[in-house]
Design a protein around this ligand. Structure first.
Ligand code: SF4
Length: 276
């Protein structure tokens, strides 16, 4: 029986970048066959710059896969033949404000599954030479979850794939990852997530606004575009927002006590699996 190949699920944030560099130095074994970065095409510029830097330091290939631009897909509205109502097949977990001022949120999220997990698994299958209906493990997928996020650990749904969490094996938390990077003379990795992700906490929104204003502006414009496209539907009676206060992103003072209270739904960051 052939040995399974090892693949890194590379979100290009702190944890998965640390994991990839540790593998490159032989501190996690065996050497992975490849890393896969599933690109929503909506990460901040800092993530793409970081990825360019990172892949030059890895002895294995970094494959970038994409299903397309998530923000464009989210604006496409379809029409049901049965009753003519409008719907979208791309669900981002927006916060919502109803006509009678009730705050809510879209609990069904398809962006992670469709734009991150599916393209990554498609290539992993190919690299592992997985046959249709294969029930033996052909791919060991390394996931950059650290010990402070162990609630996110989940086994693979596919029999041909097995999940592995090297940072948990090493009892490393996010801070340990940052310390490891510093000790090894590497720069601090960025946070990875779509620029408009409604899971951002206020610290991340403020960082984006202050340090990557062009990316923050993309989020502001995306919020407006989503409100326009959803507003044209007959079956979407609430207004979508990116921030849980359901105020326009450009008008929020992220430094107030009230706003700072927003929890970080990701725990840390998207890291290829968006907190699932
Ligand atoms: S970062 Fe946020 S918006 Fe982007 S795919 Fe993940 S959950 Fe969806």
């Amino acid at each position: 029986m052939t040995e399974p190949i090892h693949i890194i699920s590379l979100g290009a944030g702190v944890q998965s970048s640390t994991m990839a560099l540790m593998a490159a130095l032989g501190q996690i074994t065996p050497m992975p066959a490849a890393a896969i970065f599933a690109d929503t095409q909506d990460e901040p510029a800092s993530v793409y710059t970081w990825l360019d830097w990172l892949e030059k330091r890895l002895p294995f290939p970094v494959h970038r896969v994409t299903r397309g631009k998530l923000s464009s897909a989210a604006l496409v509205m379809r029409t049901r033949k049965s009753d003519g109502s409008k719907f979208t097949t791309t669900d981002i977990p927006f916060w919502t404000l109803s006509a009678d001022n009730q705050l809510g949120r879209i609990t069904h999220r398809s962006c992670t599954a469709d734009y991150k997990i599916a393209p990554l698994l498609k290539l992993a299958r190919k690299l592992g030479g997985i046959k249709r209906g294969q029930k033996t493990v052909g791919v060991v997928q390394w996931i950059g979850i650290s010990v402070d996020e162990i609630s996110r650990m989940k086994d693979s749904r596919d029999q041909w794939a097995e999940h592995r969490w090297p940072l948990v094996e090493k009892r490393m938390n996010r801070h340990d990852c940052l310390m490891w990077m510093e000790r090894n003379g590497y720069p601090k990795p960025p946070r990875s997530a779509c620029v408009y992700c409604p899971f951002h906490n206020d610290g991340e929104w403020a960082r984006l606004r202050d340090f990557e204003p062009a990316e923050f502006e993309k989020a502001v414009q995306f919020e407006k575009a989503v409100q326009t496209s959803k507003g044209n539907t007959q079956n979407f009676h609430s207004t979508p927002f990116l921030h849980r206060s359901c105020k326009p992103l450009s008008e929020i003072d992220f430094s107030t006590e009230e706003e700072r209270g927003q929890i970080n739904m990701f725990n840390n960051e998207c890291e290829g699996m968006c907190g699932v």
